[in-house]
Ligand binder design. Sequence first.
Ligand code: FAD
Length: 321
Amino acid sequence: MVLNNLHRFFWYPAFIVVVLLWVDAFASFDDRGHLYLGLGTLILLVNAVLLSAYSFGCHAFRHAAAGPRLLLLLPGRQGSLAALARRHRLQRPPCRLGLGQHVQRGDRRGLHPSPPGRDARPPPPGEMSGRYQTRECDVLVIGAGGAGLRAAIAAAEAGCSTLVVGKSLLGKAHTVMAEGGIAAGLANLDTPDSWEVHFADTMLGGQLINNWRMVDLYSREVIDRVYELERWGGLFDRTDDGLIMQRAFGAHSWKRLCHVGDRTGLELIRTLQDKMVHTPGTDVLMECTLTRLLTHGDRVCGAFGYLRNTGELIVIRAGAV
Ligand SMILES: Cc1cc2nc3c(=O)[nH]c(=O)nc-3n(C[C@H](O)[C@H](O)[C@H](O)COP(=O)(O)OP(=O)(O)OC[C@H]3O[C@@H](n4cnc5c(N)ncnc54)[C@H](O)[C@@H]3O)c2cc1C
């Protein structure tokens, strides 16, 4: 704690230096009883003024107040000093990590501006203006990338009517662009590999700021998911023995990347789309941007958005989103 705040304590010796500089500056005006003004006196004066300004300026002065640790030397951290401390925090508060982050950010984003001539003001809270269509389903899946498609398959297999909504065309998600491959500790080429090593590599690669529970789930479950893709028709590159080929990748201790040349994402989304459209109970709504989650009490019960090719508004009611 003391080491961490060491630089702050240098503010106190600066007092002594400032006093010495002023004594020096005043002394330089005295030429054996006569007032003297030369380049040297000016330099000393400017020097004292500048260091005083810096030491007692807002930036440096906050060190007297900012760190609660400095209470050791400055017990009365009240009033204006406390106000100064509040305005100059030691560091920014850490970002909250969570699954809801993207949704929340999207929720705050505004709709596209209304065309000229229309009233761009939003309707009062709780009211809807204009015409809109309504759809209903048991499960609404927002996003038709790898995550959304796999979730939709699971929901439909559980017997739910499932609507997958994507703001682009089916197949046009980031997933399709993944080139490197799917990291999974299959240990097909490097036998010491395992989900545990995969977990450790991922946490270290993420400088330990990863959501460890997500990493834990991913590294454990991805092995089954890769074999599942294979069962559903995904064609991975093969070793001579017919196993799924794996290659090296950044931050991986062992060869771990299951791939299909440099078009793994394309094969992944092709396989999942194929599986989804052949799973009874699924439906897809393309080019529909959802802008708001709808809630009933503290439960999400649907979403609101617009169809991109017509601009028509849409409300989707769902048992789960
Ligand atoms: C160039 C590139 C290379 C990559 N390489 C690799 C790799 O080698 N290995 C690897 O593991 N990962 C790789 N990644 C990362 C990986 O592709 C993504 O993390 C993963 O595909 C994300 O899948 P997803 O389903 O969550 O999202 P996405 O595939 O991005 O799907 C998001 C879906 O949500 C829809 N959507 C978004 N907002 C809305 C809205 N408001 N309303 C309605 N629908 C909406 C989109 O239309 C889309 O269908 C790569 C990514 C890129 C871009």
